[in-house]
Design a protein around this ligand. Structure first.
Ligand SMILES: C[S@@+](CC[C@H](N)C(=O)[O-])C[C@H]1O[C@@H](n2cnc3c(N)ncnc32)[C@H](O)[C@@H]1O
Length: 298
């Protein structure tokens, strides 16, 4: 693996229009929301949504006092900002391999449909762990390589790869599927306790989705979600950092500077006109309300 991991850059892609809007994925959206709701707490202080994209599922996080959307794509975040506004929301364009936050400031994090773009899983999970408060919770969705379809294809010799081996499989450039045991090892090594593993999206078949109403399919999925068979294409993990004292950094106000840190030096930041500047003089842009930590200013 190269020293600096590659990034799957969505930039100003038409992900929203090409993948979600009117693209026959109401079922996937419904089942993901269902399991997400079952894992979220009744109330919370500050949630970090990693790889938030255009904010497809951000409206599920209304029980948190502050929601921080992080994504590498400035354009996706600008769309999200136009939807949710600034009251209670913070928009951060950054590489999740290099988090621009003070340690321990989030009591909840979520990462849905994102980790499949990461070639260095220990690195990104380590970053997430570092910004979470002790006892904080983390909902992680991953694409499951050991799913029923892959097993059947393997059985009949159609698969190029083995669904039972632990190594991640890159089936398209920067798109990985993971073995459940591999992800389990990664998260537990970092000190996360797996409270629940929920298999999701069992009926991802065009024919079925066209033939049956979304709500019926989602209800059937709900039944299988209660099984312990991690053979579905998508798995949600409800994780919690093993108990220590609650973080002192958690109780701060909603001011961005209370939680943002220079991702290069880790130093505190102050405002300087339209930019943020670190104690060491590294400058970062704020572009139409989005804090941009992808590249420092010259
Ligand atoms: C498939 S989209 C999922 C968006 C959203 N979570 C959803 O479920 O609709 C993946 C997102 O991950 C973001 N992403 C990929 N690599 C990233 C990285 N290294 N740092 C931050 N965001 C990243 C992309 O920009 C994209 O918006």
């Amino acid at each position: 693996m190269s020293e600096k991991p590659r990034i799957c850059n969505y930039g100003d892609s038409t992900y929203r229009q090409d993948f979600w809007e009117g693209q026959g994925r109401d079922y996937e959206d419904a089942v993901e929301r269902r399991v997400l709701k079952s894992m979220l707490p009744a109330r919370g202080r500050r949630l970090l949504e990693i790889g938030a994209g255009f904010g497809r599922i951000t409206n599920e996080y209304g029980m948190f006092e502050q929601v921080v959307l992080l994504d590498f794509s400035l354009e996706q975040l600008q769309y999200a900002r136009a939807t949710f506004g600034d009251e209670g929301y913070l928009y951060v364009a950054a590489d999740a391999y290099r988090m621009p936050f003070l340690p321990g400031v989030f009591d909840q994090a979520t990462m849905i449909r994102v980790i499949h773009h990461f070639e260095n899983v220990p690195a990104v999970l380590g970053q997430i762990r570092s910004v979470m408060a002790d006892n904080g919770k983390f909902i992680l969705e991953y694409a499951n390589k050991r799913n029923l379809k892959a097993i059947l294809r393997h059985l009949f010799g159609f698969n190029q790869w083995n669904p039972y081996t632990l190594d991640p499989v890159e089936f398209v450039e920067l798109n990985f599927n993971f073995h459940p045991d591999y992800i389990y090892d990664q998260v537990t090594q970092l000190g996360f306790d797996v409270l629940r593993a929920v298999p999701v999206s069992w009926f991802r078949l065009g024919l079925l989705k066209r033939a049956l109403p979304t709500q019926l399919l989602a209800a059937m999925d709900g039944v299988l979600q209660r099984s312990n068979f991690t053979l579905s294409p998508s798995v949600f993990l409800d994780l919690q950092l093993l108990g220590q004292a609650p973080s002192q950094n958690l109780s701060r106000a909603n001011d961005a500077l209370a939680i943002l840190r220079c991702p290069i030096s880790g130093a505190a930041l102050r405002r300087d006109g339209q930019a943020l500047v670190s104690d060491g003089g590294i400058r970062w842009a704020v572009r139409e309300g989005v804090y941009d930590f992808r590249q420092p200013l010259e």
